[in-house]
Each structure stands twice: as structure tokens, then as C-alpha cells.
Design a protein around this ligand. Sequence first.
Ligand code: ZN
Length: 229
Amino acid sequence: MKKILQYIALLVMVFMLIINVYDYFIGENLGTNSDSNKYKVIRVVDGDTFEINFDGKKEKVRLIGVDTPESVHPDANRNVKEGKLTSEYTKKYLEGKEVTLEFDVQERDKYGRLLAYVWYEGEMYNKHLLNIGYAKIATYPPNVRYVDEFTALQEVARENKVGLWETVTNEDPNTEQSLTGYIGNENSKKFHRPDCNSVEKMSESNKVMFNSRKDAINQGYGPCGVCKP
Ligand SMILES: [Zn+2]
């Protein structure tokens, strides 16, 4: 009997040792990955999306709060030269570099991508893109920690007509549109400008809001033939 008790005590000790060792090497890593860990950017997908090596796993990261023009859409007509420009820019700036991720309320979007504020050499890349006018604000509540700063940066870029704002006047209705969003019909799978007649006729329960064209298209919605969003 005494022997069995000794044996059990030994088992418990070994078990606790294993837990401690596990905690030391793995638990600690998991606990601190929000701010201090650096991740290597292995491939840039487009201006606002890239892949990192996330603790040995390949993960996609989408910048929070900003949107760059389309460059890798399967429908080539959707891709614009500004999209290529911002994509190349992000590639030069971040590919192969070590970045730090800062998360907001939601860690991932509906496509499973990590949503992050991306820091490189003490600067937030999301802000950097707005600053040089290579991205526009796209607000995705509840991830709005820096929305005021982002808005201020975009206003300055717009006033100074830098980057994408170079050829845009402040009165351009298309610009306003890209900042206020689109409305989709869940039944027809079409999306519209908010002032389209179809939106008035649509029942509230069928309405789906999109922050950007890209967002609507990514979710399988097609542009309305009347209001041509
Ligand atoms: Zn329409």
C-alpha cells in the first residue's frame, strides 16, 4: 500500500513538472503575442493585405481601418493602376521585414484574416498609408481605436492632394461614395449606391451594409446595372 502511494506521489510530481516546463516554453509565448512579438512578412498580397509567419503558421493580415485600391481581384476590370502602385509600395516597404501587430476588439475578420494595426520601426503602417494618401479610411466597427487620428491624417492628405487624392477634387461624388459605403440586397446579391431607387424599395431585412466596393464584391455581391456603384 505504501508503495502505491509513493508511486502516485511521484506521478503527480512528474505531471506538475511537465506542466511547468510547458508553461515556461509555450504558455509564455502565447501570453505575450499581442504587443511584443515580431512576425516576418513573407508575402504582400496587395496594398492592405499580406502574409506573415505567425508562430510557424502562415497567416493573412488585413490592415484595420484603411482600404487601398484593388490590384489582385479575379475580375481584371476591377483592378486599377493605383492598386498596383499601392501594392508595389507595400511590397517594397514591408516584404521580408519584421513587424509587430496590435489588435483591436476583433482579432479576425469573417475571412479568418488577422485584423491589425501594423507597426514597423516605430511607425504604424496603417497611418503611414493614410499620411501619403495611398489608402482611404474604411471604418469597420467595433475596431475603431484610432478612427479620429486616421480621419485627421486623411483630411491633410486630401487637402494636400497627395497620392490617390492627386486627381480628386473635394466635390467628387465618387470619393464621397467610397467613404460612406454601399447597400446590398441579400436576395438579389446586387449592391447599390445609397441613393439608388432600388434601395428605397428594398425591405429593411434584406439590406446588407458594405464599407467599400471591395467588401461587397468579396462577399459575392455584384454591382447594380442602374446606379453602377
Ligand atoms: Zn442600384
